[in-house]
Design a protein around this ligand. Structure first.
Ligand code: NDP
Length: 294
């Protein structure tokens, strides 16, 4: 069997176009475009790339992008003051503080200071709690995008056994909550899990969010299973001095057994930014007292 490739890049492009198409009616009703504020502290190169692509995607969708670049030595209080100002700014619907923050800043304190109604990353404990109890929440972008790809590939997920590898607050845990909401039977695996290959072999859906290059092997996959590879790992490339990106799943091996699989790059990655725009549009509608744009 050769797996169907789940084209996250194409799906994300479609989603972004649908979101952009909804912006004009929001502008008509409220007199302003939805606004996303992105805060970057310091000069981490990967973070700079992410912030640039978030800005570009926001503008392309017809939304307002507010970028705040602060020096690495910014104090925690100065960052909290900026977050408070963005909370109070009516033109800002979404606030994203790019992680990781410099070590002298307590990221939990900063995330806790964001108004949950503007928490488009979905990392605030209020949104995590709402997701856990099934109330209206802003849901973290990477698991939300992964769920959309799964629903597009499989339709109704109810009754399927999903194994989520990874239990981080930003991917693994919210992914498991979303799959549970869809009535999957959910197993969450992590670094202490015994017989991981044996557990993954039971899965109709495998979501790998580990951060270990090509850890999940082809003989772990049940024939026909759907594999969502969240991992992004930079490894040495074929040519000396060159690097390439690989996922947490050994792609060729897994694709030979799975029914469908996301590639890396071009799978889950593009969905993360598309879902950030989706959350910004949703937050803008909710803040304006309008019904959700879906
Ligand atoms: P974390 O490092 O926060 O979490 C990794 C998880 O994997 C932990 O729960 C850890 O278990 C588990 N783990 C580590 N080693 C093993 C192992 N040998 N067997 C089983 N489980 C293991 O990572 P994130 O959740 O933030 O990210 C995961 C991956 O997803 C990374 O590659 C990251 O780059 C990528 N990512 C991709 C995004 C995208 O847009 N596509 C967005 C966000 C992340 P334990 O809790 O026991 O330590």
């Amino acid at each position: 069997m050769t797996a169907r490739i789940i084209d996250g890049k194409a799906f994300a492009a479609g989603l972004r176009a649908r979101l952009a198409a909804r912006v004009p009616s929001f502008v008509e009703k409220t007199g302003r475009a939805p606004g996303l504020a992105v805060v970057l502290v310091g000069e981490d190169p990967a973070s700079q790339v992410y912030v640039r692509s978030k800005h570009k995607a926001t503008v392309e969708a017809g939304m307002q992008s507010f970028e705040h670049r602060l020096p690495a030595e910014t104090s925690q209080q100065a960052l909290l003051d900026l977050v408070a100002a963005l909370n109070a700014d009516d033109s800002v619907d979404g606030i994203l503080v790019q992680l990781p923050l410099p070590p002298h800043i307590d990221d939990k304190a900063v995330l806790a200071a964001i108004d949950p109604a503007k928490d488009v990353d979905g990392f605030h404990v209020v949104n995590a709690g709402r997701l856990a109890v099934g109330e209206e929440a802003l849901v973290p972008c990477t698991p939300l995008g992964s769920l959309m790809l799964l629903q597009d590939a499989l339709g109704d997920l109810s009754g399927l056994h999903a194994v989520v590898i990874g239990r981080s607050n930003i991917v693994g845990k919210p992914m498991a909550q979303l799959l549970l909401q869809q009535s999957c039977t959910v197993t969450i695996a992590h670094s202490r899990t015994k017989d991981l290959p044996g557990i993954v072999r039971l899965a109709d859906i495998v979501v790998a969010a580990v951060g270990r290059a090509e850890m999940v092997r082809g003989d772990w996959i049940k024939p026909g299973a759907t594999v969502i590879d969240v991992g992004i790992n930079r490894v040495p490339g074929a040519e000396p001095g060159k690097t390439k990106l690989v996922g947490d799943c050994a792609y060729d091996e897994c694709a030979a057994v799975a029914g469908a699989i996301t590639p890396v790059p071009g799978g889950v990655g593009p969905m993360t930014i598309a879902c950030l725009l989706r959350n910004t549009l949703v937050a803008a509608h909710r803040r304006a007292g309008l019904s959700d744009p879906e």
